[in-house]
Design a protein around this ligand. Structure first.
Ligand code: MSP
Length: 660
């Protein structure tokens, strides 16, 4: 792979504020850039704003501003959003900038001189909203096939780019370069488009109709078609000029990736590639078309009122979680649905539970039992070797997938290790190792868990740069390097660890602001969400109850008080008729009759030694039969599978008295 990596997003129209779709592509470009940088490659990331054309002109008119005032104002929310999302492009190009306009004009002149741009009379159906001409057969019910709006018949002189001249070369290029258009399904779409005859492209608009654009250098009556102008941003930004480009341009072109939405693939694959051919430049290495997000099952649209403001998501969920969700939820290339419940579910499952628990358990047990420093590894057992194999496979899968723009699958691969880490804790039972004083093994087990956290912190970096660093800091890790990341031995022995606050606190319910937005925009949806939240809450309560049984989890005092512990005195004892392990007692607990209680302590005690012993019993356990004999309580004893000793009193106590 060449050292230079150049990635772009579309440049966004400044007819409105940025929305979720814009954030999506730009996050993807940032994640990939961060990954390449981590690997020491010379990555360059360009984004910007598309500031000419009909849509922008109309938006300015609506606001009663001059187009220039309007674009100067509206490019700012885009820049601000990238900062809020921790996205730092290397350059932000605006098509109204002089550096861009200069290149567009030079390209127009050059291609005009060379005969690839020519003037001709043009007649056709013009759609103002789609900013293009259509033929009679393109129309749907006499209207624009793209926007469904009325069209008007126009005859006028215009300038054309000789696109038809390069169509065969483009067909050959697509056939010879299987990775030029991705995903594959999109490539077939473009090939389908190219099966039809490719005409020349009308690239001018008379100033009388559209005064807002880059004027033609050789005919001041015309401005440049917005797409011809906009596509050139990919090379104007990095120093292209038809009369001599900069060294930077020579080093960076062809771009590695243009990330685009599926709706603008034709303009990129057909218009842009043929423009590049005409300029004597190589086409971009890969045009990657991603899918579209629907919102709560509906198309995102202003009229429905469901356009998602990324700032709301950042404020309510945090920017790392937003970045994670958008990259994880759908495969890059496929369409997907954004729903707040879906967000909460994934956030809780992946971030709060899987990763959050692994980090919290590893760090807090290390703090509690191992002095809060990175412990020493012990010799690998079979289970440890297996864990290392999972780590190797996870890192390998992550790298392969992210290199291929499969961000979601890369994360899935990383999560296979996070989940294996949690299972390793359950299997190795560090709490037991601690109790049994197996310090060396306890240290080894905890060290491997912390190592998995390090792998997660490192590979989470491109997706969640802040949380990655935060987790790294908790592990006493000054720098997270990707080289050799998968070896479960990379931490610094003795470095101080810090459990601190949870990395991703569990979300109990949707944030209030989100609930309000849902109720305002989609009342039916809000109701549905409220119902789902209630069911979820119930389920979660059950899970929480289960979790509290785990080591290092706490129960509330009220929960403890639900357990009725009583002092008792054994009045009868005998062997259980059907189980060698069990003894059967009658225990006096201050009630009108003694309780029948079975206990698994036959390994330690003979029945005859038990009469008169004072014991502690759990009196409100649901009675149940043990091997045919009713047991109406449980006797407390120390030990796990094997009983080590019965809990008794050092003073005489009253049978039936409460134990606290
Ligand atoms: N200005 C042109 C691009 C010129 S590139 C030389 C443009 N701008 S846009 O602002 O309208 O759209 C930018 C991108 O947003 C497109 O890639 C489009 O696919 C994407 N999205 C718009 N709505 C979207 C979703 N609902 N979901 C995902 N992406 C979406 O087109």
């Amino acid at each position: 792979m060449s050292d230079s990596f150049y990635i772009t997003t579309p440049i966004y129209y400044v007819n409105d504020k940025p929305h979720l779709g814009h954030a999506y592509t730009t996050i993807a470009a940032d994640v990939i850039t961060r990954w390449h940088r981590m690997n020491g490659r010379n990555a360059y990331f360009l984004t910007g704003t598309d500031e000419h054309g009909q849509k922008v002109f109309e938006a300015a008119e609506k606001r009663g501003l001059s187009p220039q005032q309007h674009v100067d104002e509206l490019c700012e929310p885009f820049k601000a959003l990238w900062t809020a999302l921790d996205i730092f492009p290397d350059d932000f190009i605006r098509t109204t900038e002089e550096r861009h306009q200069r290149v567009v004009k030079s390209v127009l002149s050059k291609l005009y001189e060379e005969g690839d741009i020519y003037a001709d009379d043009y007649e056709g159906w013009y759609s103002t909203s789609a900013e293009r001409f259509w033929t009679e057969k393109d129309l749907v019910d006499g209207k624009c096939p793209d926007t469904g709006t009325p069209v008007e018949w126009i005859k006028e002189k215009n300038y054309f780019f000789r696109m038809s001249k390069y169509a065969d070369r483009l067909r050959d290029h697509i056939a010879a370069n299987s990775d030029f258009i991705r995903p594959k399904s999109r490539k077939n779409e473009v090939l389908g488009y190219l099966k039809k005859e490719v005409g020349d492209l009308c690239i001018s608009r008379p100033k009388t109709r559209l005064p807002w654009g880059i004027p033609f250098p050789f005919d001041e009556e015309y401005v440049t078609y917005v797409w011809f102008d906009a596509l050139l941003n990919y090379i104007s930004a990095i120093g292209f000029h038809p009369d001599g480009s900069t060294d930077e341009f020579k080093a960076r072109w062809p771009a590695s990736y243009h990330l685009v939405g599926k709706d603008i693939l034709t303009t990129h694959s057909v218009y842009w590639s043929t423009m590049l051919f005409a300029m004597g430049l190589e086409p971009t290495q890969c045009l990657y078309a991603h899918g579209w997000w629907t919102i709560e099952g509906q198309k995102m649209s202003k009229s429905i009122g469901n356009v998602v403001d990324p700032h709301l998501l950042i404020d309510c969920y945090g920017n790392d979680a937003v970045r994670y969700f958008l990259m994880r939820e759908i495969l890059f290339g496929a369409d997907g649905d954004f729903s707040h419940m879906g967000f909460m579910t994934r956030y809780n499952a992946d971030l709060a539970n899987d990763l959050g628990n692994l980090a919290h358990r590893s760090l807090s047990m290390t703090t509690k039992w191992l002095g809060g420093v990175v412990p020493v590894l012990d010799k690998n057992t079979e289970a440890d070797d297996a864990l290392q194999a999972v780590a190797d496979a996870a890192v390998d899968g992550y790298a392969k997938n992210i290199e291929q723009m499969q961000m979601s699958t890369a994360l899935e691969s990383l999560w296979s290790l996070v989940q294996a880490g949690n299972k390793y804790i359950d299997d190795e039972e560090p709490w037991k190792l601690n109790r049994e004083g197996q310090t060396e093994r306890l240290a080894g087990v905890m060290r491997r868990c912390l190592e998995i956290c390090r792998v997660a912190a490192t590979l989470l970096g491109p997706f969640c740069p802040n949380k990655g660093l935060e987790l790294g800091a908790k592990l006493g890790c000054a720098s997270l390097t990707v080289e050799g990341v998968g070896a479960l031995s990379g931490l610094e022995e003795g470095a101080a660890v810090d459990a601190g606050e949870p990395l991703f606190p569990r979300m109990q319910e949707l944030p209030e602001r989100i609930q309000e937005v849902l109720a305002g925009a989609l009342p039916a949806k809000a109701e549905e969400v409220a119902e789902k939240v209630a069911t979820k809450k119930k389920k979660k309560e059950a899970v929480v109850a289960e979790e509290t049984a785990e080591e290092n989890q706490y129960i509330e005092f009220e929960d403890f008080m639900k357990v009725k512990l009583l002092a008792g005195r054994i009045v009868e004892a005998q062997k259980h008729p059907n189980a060698d392990r069990l003894l059967h007692f009658q225990v006096e607990v201050g009630e009108d009759r003694p309780r029948s209680i079975c206990a698994g302590i036959a390994n330690k005690y003979a029945p005859e030694d038990m009469i008169g012993k004072q014991v502690v019993i759990v009196a409100n356990l649901k009675p149940r039969k043990l091997r045919g004999v009713m047991s109406e309580g449980m006797m407390l004893a120390a030990g796990d599978a094997e009983i080590e000793g019965l809990v008794t009193f050092d003073q005489d106590v009253q049978p039936g008295g409460p134990v606290r």
